[in-house]
Design a protein around this ligand. Structure first.
Ligand code: GUN
Length: 292
């Protein structure tokens, strides 16, 4: 069994990005610029956005954090989005989710110019992804593909089972895994809460991508000997021994599943660190100019 080290892979990719930024600066160009809109004071969002700003520093990017109180109106937020759409100094931006209940998140996402949508959430990017056109790929699916590639995991003709059908992980990763490319070219099955014979389907997977959001859902009897298991789960469970008061639990019962695997991602330190790194890759791409 080989452990897939997302933390080290993400660090290596950020160094590669930083080297490219140095070349851009040496060629007289400006550094890529990412802006982030953060509404309210949700603990998780604060942590994620702080990590994104820090990653920008590591990559040599410019970053701007725009903070608003949770009573901002939808019209005001849409006006901020439009301002960033028009700002030639901003290459890409994100609106951190979740947004307060009185704001229609989908409406906000669709207001973002898809050429600056480095989260890859805009329907134009999602649609382009599904038909294999250049686009911004959302962070978690891209992180998973990068891990498969960097660990030279064979995907062509393999049975890939995706557990979970969310718009930001399950659906796009299934699209990428069936694309005629490497990584990809797999036979893909998407399972979800209503799937019959779920255990048997998972047990037939050469590559199992668990993105169901239920801690330790995947047990040893659901995993084929020699499979690659990618654990996307990051559920916070209380843990009094941690300073934060919680620890992250994956969707896979790691201790019993790991011995059966050829490759497996741990939680934390697997897919998680790759997601912010993917956002940096998209920002670099935006900084170089998007011509689609
Ligand atoms: N909230 C949780 N994950 C994400 C993400 O990838 N992007 C944004 N904008 N919000 C999030």
């Amino acid at each position: 069994m080989e452990l897939i080290d997302g933390k080290a892979t993400a660090a290596a990719i950020k160094q590669e990005i930083a080297a490219e930024v140095r070349q851009m600066l040496a060629a007289g160009k400006r550094a890529p610029h990412l802006a982030a809109i953060l509404v309210g004071h949700d603990g998780g969002s604060e942590t994620y956005v702080a990590a994104k700003v820090k990653a920008c520093e590591e990559c040599g990017f410019t970053s701007t954090l725009l903070r608003f109180e949770s009573d901002i109106t939808q019209e005001q937020l849409l006006a901020e989005v439009e301002r960033l759409n028009q700002d030639p100094e901003v290459d890409g931006f994100i609106v951190q989710l979740p947004l307060p209940k009185h704001i229609d998140s989908q409406r906000v996402i669709e207001a973002i110019d898809y050429r600056k949508d480095v989260d890859g959430f805009h329907p134009v990017n999602v649609g382009r992804l599904s038909i294999g056109l250049p686009c911004f790929v959302s962070a978690t699916p891209m992180g998973i593909m990068d891990l498969l590639e960097r660990y030279h995991i064979e995907t062509k003709g393999k049975h890939c089972v995706v557990l979970g059908r969310s718009n930001i992980v399950g659906k796009p990763v299934a699209s990428l895994m069936m694309q005629k490319a490497y990584p990809g070219n797999a036979t893909v099955t998407v399972c979800h809460s209503a799937s019959e014979n779920l255990k048997q389907i998972c047990a037939s997977a050469d590559i199992l991508i668990a993105a169901i959001g239920q801690p330790e859902f995947v047990t040893a009897d659901m995993v084929k000997e020699g499979a690659t298991v990618i654990d996307v789960g990051t559920t916070r469970v209380p843990d009094a021994t941690k300073k934060s008061g919680f620890k992250l639990k994956g969707d896979v019962k790691f201790d019993e599943v790991a011995p059966k695997c050829a490759f497996i991602t741990p939680v934390p330190g697997g897919v998680g660190p790759m997601t912010i790194c993917s956002l940096m890759k998209n920002t670099l791409k935006a900084g170089k100019g998007v011509n689609w």
